[in-house]
Design a protein around this ligand. Structure first.
Ligand SMILES: Nc1ncnc2c1ncn2[C@@H]1O[C@H](COP(=O)(O)OP(=O)(O)OP(=O)(O)O)[C@@H](O)[C@H]1O
Ligand SMILES: [Mg+2]
Length: 416
């Protein structure tokens, strides 16, 4: 076990054994990323269940079984190896845990987003569930998991990072925690004594806008206003690299605008060195795929382009590019929110830069906004063409490097 825990972590681990709190039906921990929620809650969950039950079944749920294995199961020996013996039965997705007193309980593993999880959990009787990253699970799964907890003395253990203020988990569980007789603990990064200040600073530098407020400050806030914090004096550069690795990214449209950017990645930065932008509607002139292809050739000039990243739905244009045999093509990774988060981080770091001639990208940065109307994060579907091709480039070309950088990836935060 770890040597030192913060006060809040200790509370998350031991509330079930404290006279004033032990009657609570469960606990919800929310707040900043890396604030020590999962470690303290999982430890508490096992201590509670092994102290209070013998021969019972519990549910241990992550977003997916893979996420559960990565974030929790692999760490259990370090967190609990001194006090219990843990055996994993991988084919049955369960853990069998025994303690020195001979007590033995079974923990079924579920991925809240896995298709079959819902069916599996339907038939089971549990003495408690732990839902890690509960805000990323479907509401129906969470309700089903709770409904399975019919053993006397059963308790619910939830933790998550914040989403928008209209999220069902916030409205139905966090705001009603008292009513539902649940203990609500809000974590900040200061609650994790194991978080190295340099790592903390790195996380703080990674997020901007709504994501900073949610993941770093731990607030349930709305995505509002401009999507990106674009600073012309910082992000527009006349210093164009003379060599590097070249890529083109494309957002395809016929009536809607078509946007393509030529990128040069070198010396710790990615510069959009020129672009092509055409609005069929505004210009009154619709271009064919062949005409667009010629513009792509013109954009590339004689540069050795590694590949062209294209909007995955643009099947006809992808076929046209392939037929000409000059460029290789990759379909873009196009998950919107994790892509936006990545572009935001790269802008914040000053890694993404724009030549002054990229006027349409620069214009869209000042217009691209969140839709401020509902339960889920959405961007307005206008002024988003260069924004989309930039996102495709970042997610497809730069994202991989990012994902290998350690810490929490974008995918993990959005539950992809
Ligand atoms: N008391 C502690 N001592 C040492 N290391 C700790 C302590 N608490 C947490 N950690 C470590 O800090 C990291 C983050 O902790 P944890 O995963 O519990 O945070 P979290 O709040 O669940 O984060 P996220 O929201 O990103 O899932 C982990 O590597 C964990 O092992
Ligand atoms: Mg966690």
């Amino acid at each position: 076990m770890y040597q030192s825990f913060s006060k809040r972590q200790l509370l998350a681990m031991t509330w079930w054994n404290r006279p004033k709190l032990k009657e609570r039906e469960g606990i919800i921990c929310d707040g900043a990323i890396r604030s020590g929620k999962t470690l303290s809650m999982v430890t508490g969950f096992f201590l509670w269940s092994m102290t209070c039950f013998d021969g019972c079944c519990f549910g241990l749920c992550g977003r997916t079984i893979g996420a559960l294995r990565r974030n929790i199961i692999g760490n259990l020996p370090a967190w609990l190896g001194d006090v219990v013996q843990i055996r994993e039965n991988r084919s049955e997705n369960k853990l069998v845990v025994t303690d020195r007193a001979g007590r033995c309980n079974t923990y079924y593993l579920f991925g809240g987003q896995d298709e079959s999880a819902y069916k599996v959990i339907q038939g089971i009787t549990l003495a408690g569930v732990l839902l890690d990253e509960v805000a990323l699970m479907p509401r129906s799964f969470v309700e089903q998991a709770c409904a399975r907890c019919s053993v006397a003395g059963s308790k619910l253990w939830f933790n998550c990072n914040p989403e928008g203020p209209e999220h069902w988990l916030y409205k139905e569980w966090i705001q009603k925690a008292r009513q539902k007789n649940l203990l609500h603990l809000h974590f900040t990064m200061a609650d994790n004594p194991g978080l190295d200040p340099a790592i903390r600073a790195r996380y703080e530098a990674m997020y901007t806008g709504v994501f900073y407020r949610r993941y770093i400050l731990g607030q349930w806030c709305m995505a509002e206003g401009l999507v990106y914090e674009f600073e012309p004096q910082r992000h527009i550069t006349k210093d164009i690299p003379q060599n590097g690795r070249y890529y083109i990214s494309v957002d395809y449209g016929t009536r809607n605008p078509f946007s393509a950017g030529l990128w040069c990645v070198s010396d710790g930065r990615a510069v959009r060195i020129r672009e092509f932008y055409h609005s069929g509607r505004d210009s009154g002139k619709m271009l064919t795929d062949e005409e667009y292809y010629r513009e792509l050739e013109r954009l590339a000039g004689s540069l050795p382009v590694e590949f062209v990243v294209v909007d995955p739905s643009a099947a006809s244009f992808i076929a046209t590019i392939r037929a000409h045999r000059r460029f290789s093509v990759r379909k873009a990774r196009n998950e919107v929110l994790s892509g936006i988060r990545l572009v935001g981080s790269l802008l914040r770091e000053g890694y993404l830069q724009f030549a002054p001639c990229c006027k349409d990208a620069i214009r869209e940065f000042s217009l691209y906004r969140w839709e401020e109307d509902g339960q889920i994060d959405r961007v307005q579907k206008e002024n988003d063409h260069a924004m989309d091709d930039i996102r495709y480039f970042c997610a497809t070309v730069l994202g991989r490097k990012r994902r290998n950088n350690g810490g929490r990836s974008n995918e993990e935060l959005s539950g992809e």
